[in-house]
Design a protein around this ligand. Structure first.
Ligand SMILES: O=C(O)CCC(=O)C(=O)O
Ligand SMILES: [Fe+2]
Length: 272
């Protein structure tokens, strides 16, 4: 625990190996498969799919479903995540324990939680160098956050793992520019440090926690399968979100009755 916090504070990130139990991961994957099933049915109804590929595996089915329509594949699921199987990861005891040490006793799930199916060779899934705070506002450097990123398949340089610039969380929010699909840190700030990037090659069950100020990107997927991952953020709930959405309270001494109490309650809520 101590070295995790030291790494987080010093480098802006820390990798925790094997903390998600296989049941927790399976529950998440089960929900993702349900989302893919729903998309298959929808596309068939729209007349865009002759074969639903019911037997294709988790890592490739989404590619099959969209092979004739490369610009229509989903790149992110958000409102769809209010399903029971996702709660075990969002409210994971080790993660909330760590968030408690880093952020204090009032913890919200920040209104930015996603599952990303990163399809191969798809520009719309190549997340450029950015700080998450850069997507919120210049004032977002005051937000006390702990970001979490967890792969659902083994991730590496080939299939689009994350890359981090260690220590960059100490530099405040730097200017971002709008690229085609994503914001991108201005060249003056990223070029001098890009060679310091470390690739976060990890396995399902591992998670990496990182600062919302850390310079990071998600590499393009050049493999033949979908790079599935989950990312979410905890915030000190005594602060404003600086967004129009408020997230959901997951731990609280002040108002314990307001905490999302279990998977069923989670599934009844909405993305907000
Ligand atoms: O998954 C990716 O490729 C990028 C994710 C990201 O930027 C994040 O989790 O903050
Ligand atoms: Fe990010």
């Amino acid at each position: 625990m101590e070295s995790v916090i030291t790494d987080f504070n010093e480098n802006g990130f820390s990798i925790l190996h094997g903390i998600l139990a296989s049941e927790t991961l399976e529950a998440v994957k089960h929900e993702c498969k349900t989302l893919v099933d729903a998309l298959a049915s929808q596309r068939q109804t729209e007349g865009k799919l002759a074969n639903m590929y019911p037997d294709a595996d988790f890592e490739t089915r989404l590619i099959r479903l969209y092979e004739n329509y490369p610009d229509e594949n989903p790149t992110i699921f958000r409102p769809e995540l209010h399903r029971e199987g996702f709660f075990g990861v969002f409210a994971h005891s080790i993660l909330l324990e760590l968030a408690g040490v880093i952020l204090g006793p009032e913890i919200r799930l920040y209104p930015n939680y996603s599952v990303r199916p990163k399809l191969p060779e798809n520009k719309r899934t190549e997340v450029l160098w950015h700080q998450d705070a850069g997507y919120t506002s210049k004032e977002a450097d005051v937000l006390r956050m702990m970001n979490v990123w967890a792969p659902l398949v083994p991730v590496n340089i080939e299939n689009g793992c994350m890359e981090f610039i260690p220590g960059s969380h100490k530099w405040g929010v730097v200017p971002h520019e709008k690229d085609e699909y994503y914001l991108r840190i201005h060249d003056d700030y990223i070029k001098p440090v890009e060679a310091d990037a470390v690739s976060i090659e990890i396995l399902p069950g591992d998670v990496v926690i990182f600062s919302n100020l850390l310079f990071h990107r998600g590499l393009p997927n050049r493999a033949q399968h979908v790079r599935w991952s989950l990312d979410f953020r905890y915030q000190d709930a005594t602060q404003p979100t600086l967004r129009t959405t408020q997230g959901h309270l997951l731990r609280s001494q002040r108002t314990p009755e307001a905490v999302v109490k279990d998977a069923k309650a989670w599934a009844q809520l909405e993305f907000q």
